[in-house]
Write a protein that binds this ligand. Structure first.
Ligand code: BDR
Ligand code: CA
Length: 315
């Protein structure tokens, strides 16, 4: 099985993707690292621990960054994931499981050093923990097997940002961290809005999942009511976009996606802050800001129905 560290800000779709990882037989989930994003770091860490307890997940939970590297912290307004980050379903204040003793970025470094060339990092929140790990130990980049992120918007099919016209939430939340992550010499696959907004779990799909998906299906139904309501009001779709689980789907079956290689930069200031831009081909003249950066992949198409089938089967 593939050893995975899941870096996450649960988060409704984060919780769905965690169960996808936990129940996929091809995956050995070796750690969950938390980051700010859909809620504060206290809340996302508490939620990760709650999910660990509720679903008896063996992987440890290590607490990560509570603020972005450079940009000021913007508190999540709670209209997407609810005040408690999990669609306002009741969550106990006291849990029986405890956090790992290491901070997330240290946990990542230790695991990568312990299992060289074996670890895949699936990152579906701000890239802050990844950037902190790289800053402390740049050598890990050569030892990580792959980094699959949910993040970015590259402008295919007219899908642009979901925070500003050009910026996606995970990237604009810490643009400097994302830029450092894309620049590191590890293979990155960006699963962005271009493909995640091509996949919709309809209300009917989620109802069937509730019926046939046991405890996970029921839980998923409960936490997604709030999220679905947000999407109905914000976009008019009947159902929800499948953001974070798309990164897991790429890992399980890359043939679901079409990708394009090229170096990626993130805009870190000004009106386009948080925009992700890939230079599709390497050129030698004139010089560009992408020169010398590693080729990373972005997803530009997805087989939605086949992905939804896979998710259903795994749950
Ligand atoms: C991303 O932002 C968060 O709301 C979701 O969990 C997902 O990771 C989508 O832009
Ligand atoms: Ca997320």
């Amino acid at each position: 099985p593939i050893k995975v560290i899941y870096d996450t800000d649960p988060g409704i779709d984060d919780a769905m993707a965690l169960l996808f990882l936990e129940y996929a037989p091809e995956i050995d989930l070796v750690g969950i690292t938390t980051v700010l994003g859909n809620a504060s770091i206290d809340t996302t860490t508490h939620n990760a621990l709650y999910l660990k307890q509720l679903f008896d997940i063996a992987a440890p939970v290590a607490r990560g960054a509570g603020k972005p590297l450079v940009v000021p912290m913007v508190e999540e307004p709670h209209f997407v994931h609810g005040r408690n980050g999990l669609g306002e379903v009741p969550i106990p204040d006291t849990l029986s499981v405890k956090e790992h003793e290491l901070p997330a970025h240290r946990f990542i470094i230790d695991m990568v050093r312990k299992h060289p060339h074996e670890i895949v990092i699936v990152a579906v929140g701000r890239m802050t923990n990844l950037a902190l790990a790289l800053r402390e130990d740049p050598g890990i980049a050569e030892l990580v097997k792959e980094v699959v992120i949910m993040g970015g918007a590259f402008g295919f099919y007219g899908h642009s940002g979901n925070v500003t016209p050009v910026a996606e939430a995970n990237i604009i939340g810490d643009p400097h961290a994302a830029d450092e992550m894309f620049a590191a010499p590890w293979p990155v696959v960006a699963v962005g809005l271009d493909v995640t907004q091509e996949c919709v779990m309809t209300t009917a799909y989620m109802a069937e999942l509730r019926e046939k998906g046991g405890k996970a299906g029921q839980f998923f139904w409960d936490i997604s009511r709030f999220y679905e309501d947000f999407y109905r009001r914000a976009t008019g779709i009947d159902g929800i976009f499948v953001h974070d689980s798309s990164a897991v789907a790429y890992l399980l079956d890359p043939t679901l996606f079409k990708t394009r290689p090229g170096p990626i930069k993130v805009v870190t200031e000004g009106i386009a802050i948080g925009q992700t831009i890939q230079q599709p081909t390497t050129r030698s003249f004139p010089p560009t800001p992408w020169d010398g950066l590693p080729n990373q992949k972005i997803c530009i198409a997805v087989d939605g129905p086949r992905f939804l089938d896979l998710y259903f089967k795994v749950i």
